[in-house]
Design a protein around this ligand. Structure first.
Ligand SMILES: [Zn+2]
Length: 266
């Protein structure tokens, strides 16, 4: 492996740790409507500010043995977990796509999916800042990088590559969103239960705009399968009531979506 590539992978790992640390702030604060810039990091248990030397990704958690310096209450395992998974995703993506705009786009997409995965898991919420904000970014990137899939090329052979990419993104958004939104609406009317939350419906255009039709559908299928399998096992082991348990379906979609770029042909 060329030295330059090793250097790029090291940068990606470092960026992943630092951005993962910021994603943790978003995961805690955005669903609580708190600002993500100020105040500085604080312990959610005792409210004391976290000094910079206690806020170094992974290292501080290890040195403090996962406890707050002031009150000694445990710091969630989610903090180091998000930092390390973000770093792994970034390294994998740069290794796969290279140190270029495409690699940058997929790292950004994965960061959004990681945040949404955890917020949905912890709060059963998918905030607009990330679903709608992510959709806007997906549309923007469709101008500058090729959206995966060849539907645009197939249906619009005379249109420019940029036009085909945009078509692919918009088709992905519609095809992913409309059927599920319709099923959710009808099913909800029949059972009088909110099976597919509005947040889930807003997540789908974001996934479609980035992933396009083909990868988008594969990702949705994988996410649904994982959701049913893991959710089913969880309900069985924890002896939850299946009728009352609210599955974080968005988390499964986001997990599958974050993995998708690593297996993508381009
Ligand atoms: Zn504390």
């Amino acid at each position: 492996m060329p030295f330059e590539t090793i250097l790029h992978l090291a940068y990606s790992a470092l960026a992943g740790l630092l951005i993962g640390s910021f994603l943790n702030v978003c995961i805690y604060r955005v669903p609580r409507d708190l600002s993500v810039v100020s105040p500085r990091s604080f312990c959610p248990e005792c409210g004391k500010p976290v000094a910079w030397y206690d806020n170094i990704p992974l290292l501080s958690y290890a040195r403090l043995k996962g406890r707050c310096r002031h009150c000694g209450k445990p710091i969630g395992i989610r903090y180091p977990l998000v930092e390390i998974t973000t770093a792994f995703f970034f390294v994998g993506t740069i290794l796969h796509f290279g140190w270029n705009l495409n690699g940058f786009k997929w790292c950004l997409f994965q960061a959004i999916m990681i945040v949404l995965f955890w917020i949905d898991l912890e709060e059963r919420l998918l905030p607009d800042e990330f679903t709608l904000g992510g959709s806007a970014l997906g549309l923007l990137f469709a101008f500058f990088t090729k959206v995966p899939g060849d539907l645009g090329e197939l249906l619009l052979p005379t249109v420019s590559a940029r036009g085909q990419s945009l078509f692919e993104a918009l088709a992905g958004a519609f095809i992913l969103t409309l059927p599920l939104a319709a099923i959710g609406l009808i099913w909800g009317k029949l059972t009088k239960r909110d099976v597919l939350g509005l947040g889930d419906v807003k997540l789908l255009p974001c996934m479609g705009l980035f992933l396009g039709v083909e990868v988008g559908i594969q990702t949705l299928l994988l996410g649904s399968l994982l959701g049913v399998a893991i959710g089913g096992i969880y309900i069985f082991i924890m002896k939850k009531k299946a009728r009352e348990y609210e599955l974080p379906l968005g988390s499964f979609y986001c997990g599958a979506a974050a993995l998708a770029p690593l297996f993508m042909k381009f």
